[in-house]
Design a protein around this ligand. Structure first.
Ligand code: E8X
Length: 598
């Protein structure tokens, strides 16, 4: 799916700004409210609605919320094809144009679009209503607990039965994941135009023959006409051209895309079809898992970076380009070279920044929280087809980004309570994902099941990605024991002969809390924790990456284990460095991006 662009043949009408808004009051049908009901309250789009009003309901809401705006298409665009595109509506959307339901979409982190050409006339005003459902359960990704327990929240069981029996509380929307369930129109809404005959999608894959790049392209063209493509280098020089909707081009003496501080060289592909034009940046680079190494352009890469979140004060999970630019700056400042889009696909703009800045991405689906029940989630849950849809849409959206080097099918699913069901689910999904990616990238998922001998799937992934908290959640505060336990596990992984990335490890830390003798939550402990674990990781050549959890503090549901959210950040939520950020800055500027482990 192409990201909207303005050029000689295409235009964009941005619907960002102030929309009318109303939380459902329980008296409306499933996802529709009359326009007059939605009058009155101000809401910003794009943004999560949860932190944008002082009414407590905005954070505890469970169900539908309604947004309303209006638009008019300029007469000069009357002859053009018109498409209404939502970059992300979290988690379920119903879209009404002048009262008519024109689309529904499940999934809160990937774009969807509706061709409205035949539904609108230039010069006329239209009312757009979007109903947004924030409910999460065993059929959604991320997964919720349907009135059960929150990831770290209190459990119904501890509510005196006499109260629970009276069902004193409204339906709850408890997450089985550790981030606040921010909801709403979280990313931009636009109407973009194309000519009648247009380019619907472009796929570019590259390979290398010595110093010549082989560029395979496929343009999905709608309508009748001639298609051409032109490859332009960074100096504006045309280095290859082609005719037809698909073909193979060669770039001699090609410049490769390298992670920063290497040169993330980008070429521009200019595709033309009839009167339509679309320009797409792409990079020439190879990715391959070989033995226990992760090769980029044939060289063993070492992942230095983080699990992140799209999370900030006031915006919630709402798109914040300014923050993305700041995050890129902090990533460079710390000497990092990568991050995982934990635990959902991020906004498209961030991937384009990472293409330009040479920052490597592990691209993750919103499949987090699969488990949290004593029953077999793979039997009682109803999420497989949605999971496949999400993977299809993720690859369709991100397939051309050189910064994306691996797909993560999900985070911390239960793989040991019912290991056979888990194996059947994830093994087949791995094959499904592999088959979909034209770029043939490695595929993984991220596991936190400490019972690594009972978990039969993690070891089958192209790269073993494990979240481990020895010294925090287990052997709390005892770093000597943590080091011992970690080594017992690393001995197990050594035998699997797979590359291993520690995709999460960390300690909640209160900035400014200092102790002469390190104890949990102090800044000194966070550094002791990382120094201890990193010393052990450095001894293992098959460990090819370290991603502390988390890049920054982030918001979660309230609960006895969270003091103003999750505080494991190397940075505070407003991106100020804790002492551990300075520790990693000096460590990572010393560690090379390639050939760190021989
Ligand atoms: C944590 C992280 C959480 O924020 C992340 O989204 C997933 C969790 C740790 C592993 N991984 O809690 O800080 C969970 C351990 C459970 C005992």
């Amino acid at each position: 799916m192409l990201y909207p662009e303005t050029n000689e043949s295409r235009s964009i009408i941005d619907l960002s700004g102030a929309w009318s808004f109303r939380l459902d009051d329980g008296n409306h049908g499933e996802g529709y409210a009359e326009p007059e009901f939605i009058e009155g309250t101000l809401m910003a789009v794009p943004a999560s609605y949860n932190d944008l009003n002082e009414n407590r309901e905005y954070r505890s809401h469970c169900g539908w919320a309604y947004y309303k705006t209006s638009f008019t298409i300029p007469r000069i665009l009357d002859s053009e094809r018109k498409v209404l595109r939502f970059d992300a509506v979290t988690h379920y959307a119903k879209v009404y144009l002048d009262g008519e339901l024109i689309a529904e979409h499940k999934g809160g982190f990937l774009p969807f679009e509706i061709d409205i050409t035949k539904r609108v006339e230039a010069g006329k005003a239209y009312t757009l209503i979007v109903a947004v459902d924030n409910r999460i359960n065993h059929s959604t990704l991320p997964m919720g607990n349907e009135g059960g327990t929150a990831f770290f929240g209190s459990d119904n069981a501890d509510v005196p039965s006499v109260i629970a029996a009276k069902k004193w509380r409204k339906p709850t929307n408890l997450p089985n994941f550790d981030f606040f369930n921010y909801a709403g129109i979280n990313r931009p809404v636009r109407i973009y135009t194309t000519p009648e005959n247009y380019i619907d999608d472009i796929t570019i894959t590259t390979s290398l023959d010595k110093t010549t790049a082989i560029v395979n392209y496929q343009m999905d063209c709608i309508g009748k006409g001639e298609a051409t493509i032109e490859i332009i280098d960074r100096d504006g020089k045309t280095v290859a051209t082609g005719k037809g909707c698909n073909g193979k081009l060669e770039i001699t003496n090609a410049k490769l895309w390298w992670p920063y501080p290497g040169d993330p060289y980008l070429y521009k592909a200019v595709a033309r079809f009839c009167d339509d034009t679309y320009s797409l940046d792409f990079g020439v680079r190879t990715v391959e898992v070989k033995g226990t190494q992760f090769l980029i352009n044939g060289k063993p890469f070492y992942f230095k970076g983080f699990g992140k979140h799209e999370d900030s004060a006031v915006h919630g999970r709402g798109f914040d380009f300014v923050l993305d630019v700041k995050d890129i700056s902090m990533i460079h400042w710390m000497g990092a070279n990568s991050f995982r889009t934990s635990h959902y696909p991020y906004a498209e703009e961030m991937y384009s920044l990472c293409d330009k800045e040479g920052i490597v991405i592990i691209d993750e689906t919103p499949a987090v929280g699969i488990g949290g029940t004593t029953e077999d989630i793979y039997k009682i849950g109803n999420f497989r087809s949605h999971h496949e849809d999400v993977i299809k849409d993720l690859i369709k959206r991100d397939k051309n980004h050189p910064c994306v080097v691996m797909w993560s099918m999900g985070n911390e699913p239960d793989t040991v309570t019912y290991p056979d069901s888990a194996y059947d689910y994830w093994h087949t999904l791995y094959d499904f994902t592999k088959a979909l990616d034209p770029g043939n990238r490695p595929v993984t998922f991220v596991c936190n099941q400490n019972n690594y001998e009972r978990d039969r799937i993690t070891r089958e992934m192209d790269v073993v990605c494990i979240n481990r908290y020895y010294g925090w959640y287990n052997l709390s505060g005892d770093m000597e024991a943590a080091s011992y336990a970690l080594n017992l596990e690393l001995d197990f992984w050594e035998k699997q002969q797979k590359p291993v990335i520690i995709t999460e490890y960390g300690a909640d830390t209160l900035p400014g809390f200092h102790l002469s003798s390190p104890e949990m939550f102090s800044e000194e402990f966070q550094i002791l924790y990382y120094k201890t674990i990193n010393t052990e990781l450095d001894k293992r050549s098959f460990v090819i990456g370290e991603h502390p959890w988390n890049f920054a503090d982030f918001n979660t549901i309230q609960g006895p284990m969270r003091a103003d959210g999750n505080r494991k950040g190397l940075l505070t939520r407003d991106r100020r460095p804790k002492m551990a950020a300075h520790y990693f800055r000096s460590r990572w500027h010393e560690i090379p991006d390639f050939d760190y482990k021989r």
